[in-house]
Design a protein around this ligand. Sequence first.
Ligand SMILES: NC(=O)C1=CN([C@@H]2O[C@H](COP(=O)(O)OP(=O)(O)OC[C@H]3O[C@@H](n4cnc5c(N)ncnc54)[C@H](O)[C@@H]3O)[C@@H](O)[C@H]2O)C=CC1
Ligand SMILES: O=C(O)[C@@H]1CCC=N1
Length: 283
Amino acid sequence: MTDHQASPTPKTIAVLGTGKIGEALLSGMIRGGRRPADLLVTARRADRAEELRTRYGVESVTNAEAAKRADTLILTVKPQDMAKLLEELTPHLPTNPDAGTSPLIISGAAGIPTSFFEERLAPHTPVVRVMTNTPALVDEAMSVISAGSHATPADLAHAEEIFGGVGKTLRVPESQQDAATALSGSGPAYFYFLVEAMTDAGILLGLPRAQAHDLIVQAAIGAAVMLRDSGEHPVKLREAVTSPAGTTINAIRELENHGVRAALISALEAARNRSRELASGTG
Ligand SMILES: NC(=O)C1=CN([C@@H]2O[C@H](COP(=O)(O)OP(=O)(O)OC[C@H]3O[C@@H](n4cnc5c(N)ncnc54)[C@H](O)[C@@H]3O)[C@@H](O)[C@H]2O)C=CC1
Ligand SMILES: O=C(O)[C@@H]1CCC=N1
């Protein structure tokens, strides 16, 4: 499809700025059965474009070409690069589309509101904002989805279909996107940080690093699966580990003494605030 006709299930999907998140989505769409022939990618560097072509059998095109050919454009550049990308796209998008004839714009960028796109794109352009996370690489993403002013239920459903292929999706009002970015967008990093710190503790306690790593990773996986599958509140799960006069309560006391709970609350608030700062797209 080349002329952006209205369609309930748009066919050609382009990923623009195919870095870590863009590639995770691309690979997920292919794993989910989408034909490489229905996908386009863009990249800034020629060697990266070649890598994506070879690895996934997709066509690599310019941003201008993607704007002309795709029914859905997924923008996965850094927030600071978004304004420049839109400048490259706008000359090649319909300038005065009727409602329902624009390509769907899906932004995967932190912080940038849908109004940022609507102000720069033609009237009626449907925009959907999505905050996903890197576990998209293993089909365990959490993708939080919000509609811009002109996105239809079909547009939201299309975004859900794409991101649902790499994990869970949740629709939220856009006012909650910065908080969601702090929780699930950045979330995996906090868990990696904890694993790293607890592995160091294993070293202090005299374990070989590889063994300490394996013990903590398996404890993390076991805890994550129980959190997901048991239906129990985390407090209940923790209480089941915490024996009277046992080992765990001694560790918990130290965590509370060092203000780890308050540190986490402050950390996520700082991430939320940074997401708000990114709204201008200027850094
Ligand atoms: N890394 C993460 O965990 C998450 C990132 N995000 C968001 O996803 C977006 C991408 O993040 P990453 O994948 O981590 O960054 P990345 O740096 O790996 O990917 C961005 C890519 O865009 C390319 N690019 C920049 N301008 C371009 C242009 N005009 N044309 C073509 N390509 C261009 C860059 O060369 C780079 O390869 C960001 O907006 C970020 O906020 C969202 C959720 C999680
Ligand atoms: O750190 C960042 O800005 C991006 C957005 C969420 C996760 N990584």
